[in-house]
Write a protein that binds this ligand. Structure first.
Ligand SMILES: C[S@@+](CC[C@H](N)C(=O)[O-])C[C@H]1O[C@@H](n2cnc3c(N)ncnc32)[C@H](O)[C@@H]1O
Length: 968
């Protein structure tokens, strides 16, 4: 039976004491059992550390019985040699390397901060894995300054310097994920070159939260893609960690039997948020398809097993998603396990994606169904789940067994690089993200980077040959060999070396390896054959590579040439587009100033996110200050358009009058991008819109909340009617052009009371205008600082500051107290945490709910409800149900005698406060009504497709807030 009470081994090995193998001790107090009833015995669960028969692994003893030379003693020279050569994560040698790296980094940062003794610039920074955005406050230093920005990759020392004027206090640059950049911004006087202020920082290019979330979603779709969203998981009972014997030796001899966590290496996505940031110990829970523990590991020849519940208990641990990547064949997900409220837990809670331990597709815990039953644990097997436990672990909580090693612990110092080509797990797969770099290196032989992968594959297969060949070999020796192969690999993978065709180096390494084997006396009569085979394989590999290298390189070059062509074209297009956008905006600003628009202290910039352009303050404004002023004659109104010679002529034969919306839509359909007097303005207008109408999404009416249905129907009707009419009047137009023009007007027009015009049909009013520049202001329903008004006395349309505005702020206005559904349908965006969400309760629904709340509703009540005509609305604010809704309930609670002879009017329209007793009943009934309403919406939401379910969830939240306020 697997490790059940039998001694670890009977040999004279000195490291035995830490291996909890004596049959006693806290974790090992089980009795060896051979019965088949283990599943039914609660004592025989995960807590007593005995494994079900399906988990039984071969113990060391079993292996020992078959292979007399398994795990022999290692002589001191060999051990020394191994320590020197082998890179085993967690082993002191590697740790020292990393410690000194960190020390150097700290020193660098300290030195940097000492360099300048001047004011510190206030810089805000957004870090992504592919770019870093900087924005700084230009306030104290008035006009006569410039900003020098330098960024340098601290590893390669490559970087750039650029200069920025005070009107452009922002900059962004592309980065390599995982690389650290030193950024310096200096504010320099242009008159005497004195440095007035300075800011510097070393920043690692790593995932922003949204990037991590995208990676998480990619991982989710990877694990759910199969079998109609069924996640492939198997149960496990133990978590295990395999390492070379020397690793455990070291812990036993030098670390008091405490396995210390160590800094996470560079495995995985280079931009992940854990490499070099948190300490941990990797564990796995993956079993063979027949649920037995694997008998081989690439990480070492001794396996430590720990009861899963020790490392993974929802009361004690939080788990986080940290990474998703692949190395050619296998996809990996990295799950971080933290002791709740530990330092690492706090770090992870701020940066990583927390997983629900009871419900996630990677490592799932199932609570006991009865008392004394143990927790159950499941792990996904469609990808490799790496679990990083972030605390130290005492060796005595584990059980140890010997297994077959397939390697030395890692095949690269610092970790294996991920596969950057894979579309499944890369946010920016190599083909696209490295366009620029590849283009710049077009003729550089570095291009043979692809070679790396081929050689990588070849070496991996060499390793597998070694594994196969030396089935019975001493695993310490195999470890040494593997580490040497790693070193060969590390050397040959240097691209420039490879391209200079320094393959002899590989041969030199192989030779060196052979010498090492002989020097250390590993070879004796018995094993000679095995090692000759191994070295022969390596030599074969080198020769084979030599033979095929030219072909390989030629093939790759062919591919690269093709690739470059595409990359070059794409990059050129992208660059040209960016440049065009920039130039167009400058042209627009010049054009606007030329027409008398005033907007000193403002500039148009693209804010983060997907919201087009926005207006930013480049200086402070006080409340009431005018920020924008536009001559009123420049507002684009229906009256202005219809009087323009071109449109007068165009509409001369049209007898019917056109409405303002139709005229403005016609204007944006016909204005010529190049020849129009508004050309610079037309060029900065958006080409597309995110509204459902523009995206051609047709909602099923029944799936929309009542609150928005009418708005959606009306919008569709308006677009349909305007399209039909404009196509009839101007057959040269297309429906798509009309749709675009209608959107320009609808998303940008502003309420203005226009003077009546005899050629404009103002039967529905004439209150819209498109006002260039002002229409660049984005919406914020709560924090808006701008109030826009037509100041007729001054003949200007102005935007004033409602409150103080600081330099660097984006200026917002409020488009209206719109719910997110309305914002989406009308403007194509939503606002997180929008308090204007509204739940509409139509009269019929209110009456039905009132009856459920045992209110006796009669025809008379309904007639009074109709006559009073108050809407029954709920809003997301926590002030409770609206006065109107309460009043409607009050109406429904009227007694028959109170309604007779219009007596109800005195009650309902009275200014006296409602009596406390009545108020209490109203609230009691409202609570029942709203709870029923909420339950109804919850049921409805369950049936809704994803595209609209958020709308229903918003409605549920509003109901819950109202119910809660009644409770209070
Ligand atoms: C009057 S325009 C504002 C200027 C616009 N951003 C541009 O690039 O021209 C209205 C449009 O701006 C975008 N927008 C405004 N406020 C937004 C916000 N808070 N979030 C996202 N997009 C917003 C929406 O696309 C909306 O249709």
């Amino acid at each position: 039976m697997w490790n059940a009470g039998l001694p670890w081994h009977n040999g004279p090995d000195t490291w035995r004491p830490y291996a909890n193998n004596t049959g006693g001790g806290v974790m090992r107090n089980h009795m060896p059992r051979n019965d088949s009833n283990w599943q039914n015995d609660p004592f025989y669960g995960r807590y007593n550390n005995v494994n079900p028969p399906s988990l039984m692994a071969q113990t060391f003893n079993q292996q020992y019985a078959r292979a007399p030379y398994a795990v022999p003693n290692m002589n001191a020279v060999a051990r020394q040699r191994l320590l020197k050569n082998t890179h085993v994560p967690g082993l002191k040698t590697g740790q020292q390397l990393r410690d000194s790296m960190h020390q150097r980094k700290r020193k660098r940062v300290e030195n940097l901060s000492k360099r300048f003794d001047v004011a510190v610039l206030d810089v805000k920074m957004l870090v992504f894995s592919e770019k870093i955005e900087l924005r700084w406050v230009h306030s104290e230093f008035k006009r006569m300054v410039k900003y020098d920005i330098t960024y340098v990759n601290v590893k390669t020392n490559e970087g750039k310097s650029i200069e920025r004027s005070p009107t452009s206090p922002f900059f962004d640059f592309k980065v390599e994920a995982g690389e650290t950049y030193r950024i310096d911004i200096k504010c320099i006087s242009t008159s005497n070159s004195e440095i007035l202020a300075h800011w510097t920082k070393e920043v690692r290019a790593e995932f922003s939260y949204s990037e991590l979330k995208t990676l998480y979603n990619k991982c989710l779709s990877f694990v759910t893609k199969k079998l109609n969203n069924d996640v492939e998981m198997h149960e496990f009972w133990m978590m295990y960690r395999c390492k070379p014997k020397i690793y455990w030796d070291e812990i036993h001899h030098y670390c008091n039997d405490v396995m210390q966590k160590y800094i996470k290496d560079d495995n995985g996505q280079p931009g992940n948020l854990i490499n070099g940031k948190i300490n941990g110990l990797f564990f796995s829970a993956r079993l063979n398809p027949n649920l037995t523990l694997p008998q081989q590991s690439p990480f070492g020849n001794v396996r430590m097993c720990i009861d899963a519940v020790r490392l993974l208990h929802p009361d004690k641990h939080n788990i986080y998603f940290a990474d998703f990547y692949c190395n050619k064949n296998m996809h990996y997900v990295t799950i971080v396990i933290c002791v709740i409220n530990s330092e690492t837990d706090r770090y992870c809670a701020d940066r990583l994606m927390k997983l629900n331990p009871l419900n996630n597709p990677f490592v799932k815990l199932v609570p006991p169904t009865a008392r004394f039953q143990p927790w159950r644990f499941f792990v996904n097997y469609s990808l490799w789940v790496e679990m990083l436990y972030t605390e130290d672990i005492e060796l005595n909580i584990g059980q140890f067994s010997a297994i077959q090693a397939l390697g030395a612990g890692t095949s690269r110092i610092g970790g294996l690089p991920n596969n950057k080509i894979c579309n499944i797990c890369n946010l920016y797969p190599k083909q696209t993200s490295e366009n620029k770099k590849n283009l710049e290196n077009k003729d550089d032989t570095d291009s043979t980077k692809e070679n790396v992968d081929i050689i990588d594959v070849a070496l991996t297969s060499t390793l597998s040959v070694i594994r196969e060949t030396n089935n019975n070999a001493d695993s310490d020796v195999v470890d040494t060999l593997c580490s040497l192969v790693d070193r060969v690999e590390e050397n040959c993978l240097s691209i420039s070396e490879l391209c200079q065709k320094q393959d002899p180096e590989i041969s030199a390494f192989v030779e060196k390896m052979n010498k090492e084997i002989i020097e250390n006396g590993f070879i004796n009569e018995k094993k000679n054959g095995v090692f000759v085979n191994i070295s022969k394989n390596l030599l074969d590999f080198v020769e084979d590579f030599e033979r095929r290298r030219d072909n390989i390189v030629e093939e790759i070059e062919k591919l690269m040439r093709l690739n470059y062509l595409c990359i070059h074209m794409n990059y050129k297009m992208l660059f040209e587009k960016k440049l065009t956008v920039f130039v167009e905006m400058e042209e627009f600003v010049k054009w606007a100033k030329g027409r008398g628009y005033q907007f000193d202290g403002l500039e148009i910039t693209k804010p983060p996110g997907n919201c087009g352009n926005g207006i930013y303050a480049t200086r402070n404004f006080r409340p009431e200050n005018i920020m924008i002023s536009i001559p009123e004659y420049d507002m684009i109104t229906a009256g202005l358009v219809i009087d323009l010679p071109f449109y007068r002529k165009l509409t001369k034969n049209i007898e019917e009058k056109m409405k303002p919306m139709e005229i403005l839509t016609m204007f944006f359909c016909f204005e010529d991008l190049e020849k129009s007097a508004w050309s610079p303005y037309l060029k900065v207008l958006p080409q597309t819109f995110d509204t459902p109408a523009f995206q051609k999404i047709d909602y099923n009416l029944q799936e929309l909340p009542l609150e928005i249905r009418k708005y959606w129907i009306d919008q569709k009707l308006e677009i349909e009617q305007i399209t039909t009419k404009l196509l009839r009047l101007f057959p040269e137009l297309t429906a798509d052009k009309i749709l675009w023009a209608w959107h320009v007007v609808n998303t940008r027009c502003i309420f203005v009371e226009n003077i009546e015009h005899d050629k404009v049909d103002n039967s529905d009013g004439d209150t819209i205008a498109v006002i260039p520049f002002v229409d660049m202001l984005n919406h914020d329903p709560t924090e808006f600082q701008g109030i826009a008004l037509h100041e007729k006395v001054n003949g200007q349309y102005v935007v004033r500051a409602k409150k103080s505005v600081s330099e660097g702020d984006q200026i917002f206005v409020c488009y209206g107290p719109h719910s997110n559904t309305r914002l989406l349908i009308e403007y194509g965006f939503t606002v997180p945490g929008n308090m204007n969400t509204k739940v509409l309760i139509p009269k019929e629904v209110l009456v039905t709910l009132a009856k459920i709340a045992e209110i006796k509703v009669t025809r008379e009540h309904e007639m009074i409800l109709d006559e009073v005509g108050l809407p029954s609305h709920l809003y997301a604010t926590d002030e409770g149900p609206s006065w109107a809704l309460k009043n409607n309930i009050r109406i429904l609670l009227l007694e028959h005698w109170q309604m007779a002879n219009s007596r109800w009017k005195k009650i309902i329209y009275s200014h006296d406060p409602i009596e406390e007793e009545v108020e209490n009943i109203i609230e009691e009934k409202l609570k029942i009504i709203l709870t029923e309403l909420k339950n109804g919406i919850v049921e409805k939401a369950k049936k809704m497709p994803k595209t609209v379910s958020w709308m229903w969830e918003d409605q549920i939240r509003v109901c819950e807030t109202a119910i809660k306020s009644l409770d209070n």
